[in-house]
Design a protein around this ligand. Structure first.
Ligand SMILES: [Zn+2]
Length: 50
């Protein structure tokens, strides 16, 4: 579960500022920075509740 410790945005690949937790289209747990949330929603990323 190394990915949980790398706080990089799954969209822009930069250090995620105020990261939101999402699942990507491969059902992988990813972080998305606040700037990329809109893009993530359009790419059918799903929010993680936890
Ligand atoms: Zn981003």
């Amino acid at each position: 579960m190394l990915s949980l410790f790398i706080k990089k945005c799954a969209v822009c690949k930069k250090k995620a500022i105020e990261p939101r937790k999402y699942y990507d289209d491969q059902h992988k747990a990813v972080l998305v920075c606040v700037k990329c949330v809109d893009y993530a929603e359009r790419r059918a990323f799903r929010k993680r509740s936890a």
